[in-house]
Design a protein around this ligand. Structure first.
Ligand SMILES: NC(=O)CC(=O)C(=O)O
Length: 272
C-alpha cells in the first residue's frame, strides 16, 4: 500500500457535551464518506478547553459515552480513529488529557496521555494552567496500524522535539498532534512547529485543532493541517468548522529519507 486519505474533523467545541459527541459522529462519517481511512479529531473535542471544566467532563475507559462513540464509529466506518483528546479519569482518580486510538474493528490500539502539561503565562494573552486539574502522562505512544506506524502527541507535546524524535526513531512514519493553540501562539507557532517536526524527522504530520468558537473563553486558532516529510503543507483549514482531507503517500517519505538521509547521519554519541 503506497498511501491513503486522511481526514481531519475541525469541530467547533461547545459547552454541551452531547452536542460535541453528536457533531464528532457526524464529522467522522463525513470524513469516511470522502474516502478517509485515517480520521483525526482535535484536542478536548468533547469539552471546552478550560482547566476547571475537565473534571466535570471526564470519562472512564471503556464506559464513557465519548469513548464508546469513538469505538463504534471506528468500527462502523472501518477507519483508524485518533480520537483527538478528552479528559480521562484514570485508575488512580487522576485526570489526564488523553487520546484514545481505535482500529477498524473498534478495538483500542493505544492511548496517549498528554505528557507535557500546558502551564504558561504569556503576558500578551495566554494564561493557562493545565496542572490545576490534570496529571501528565509518562509514556511515548506509537501504534502499529494497518496504515503504518503512527506516533501520537497532544498539543504542547509538539514543542518538545525530543518526543517527536523518539517516536521517529521507534519507527513512526506519521505523527499526529490533536491540539488547541490559541490566538497568541497559534499564528506565531502552530504551522512553524508542525513543519519543523516534519522536516527534522522526515515524517508526515497531522495537526487537528478545534474550530474557533467566538463565544468560548479560550479561543481556538483552528488551522488543522497535514504536512509532508519535505515540510510542504498539503492541506490547511482556516478557523471555521470543517472536514479537510489529504493524501498520505509513503513513496514521498521513502524518497525524502533516501535522498537526504539525515536520520542515518545522526551522531548520537555527541548529543548526550
Ligand atoms: N494548548 C496547548 O497545549 C499548547 C499551546 O497552545 C501552545 O503550545 O501554544
Amino acid at each position: 500500500m503506497s498511501g491513503f486519505t486522511v481526514g481531519i474533523c475541525q469541530l467547533g467545541v461547545v459547552a454541551d457535551k452531547n452536542a460535541n459527541i453528536l457533531k464528532a459522529q457526524q464529522m467522522i462519517a463525513e470524513a469516511a464518506k470522502r474516502g478517509s481511512r485515517l480520521v483525526v479529531l482535535p484536542e478536548m473535542f468533547n469539552c471546552p478547553y478550560q482547566s476547571e471544566l475537565f473534571p466535570q467532563y471526564a470519562e472512564t475507559y471503556p464506559d464513557g459515552p465519548t469513548i464508546a462513540m469513538l469505538a463504534e464509529c471506528a468500527e462502523k466506518h472501518k477507519v483508524i480513529l485518533i480520537g483527538g483528546s478528552i479528559p480521562e479519569r484514570g485508575e488512580s482518580g487522576n485526570i489526564y488529557n488523553t487520546s484514545f486510538i481505535f482500529n477498524e474493528w473498534g478495538e483500542l490500539l493505544g492511548r496517549h496521555r498528554k505528557v507535557h502539561l500546558f502551564d504558561v503565562a504569556i503576558k500578551s494573552g495566554t494564561i493557562f494552567q493545565e496542572s490545576r486539574t490534570l496529571a501528565g502522562g509518562n509514556s511515548v505512544t506509537l501504534v502499529e496500524t494497518s496504515l503504518g506506524n503512527i506516533g501520537v502527541g497532544i498539543c504542547y507535546d509538539v514543542r518538545f522535539p525530543e518526543l517527536a524524535r523518539t517516536m521517529a526513531l521507534k519507527g513512526a512514519e506519521i505523527l499526529v498532534y490533536p491540539g488547541a493553540f490559541g490566538p497568541v501562539t497559534g499564528p506565531a507557532h502552530w504551522e512553524l512547529l508542525m513543519r519543523a517536526r516534519a522536516v527534522d524527522n522526515q515524517v508526515y504530520i497531522i495537526g487537528a485543532a478545534p474550530a474557533l468558537n467566538a463565544a468560548a473563553e479560550y479561543k481556538a486558532y483552528g488551522h488543522s493541517l497535514v504536512v509532508d516529510p519535505w515540510a510542504r503543507v498539503l492541506a490547511i483549514a482556516n478557523e471555521e468548522e470543517t472536514v479537510i482531507t489529504s493524501k498520505i503517500d509513503f513513496r514521498t517519505l521513502e524518497r525524502v529519507r533516501d535522498e537526504l538521509p539525515l536520520l542515518r547521519h545522526r551522531k548520537p554519541e555527541l548529543y548526550r
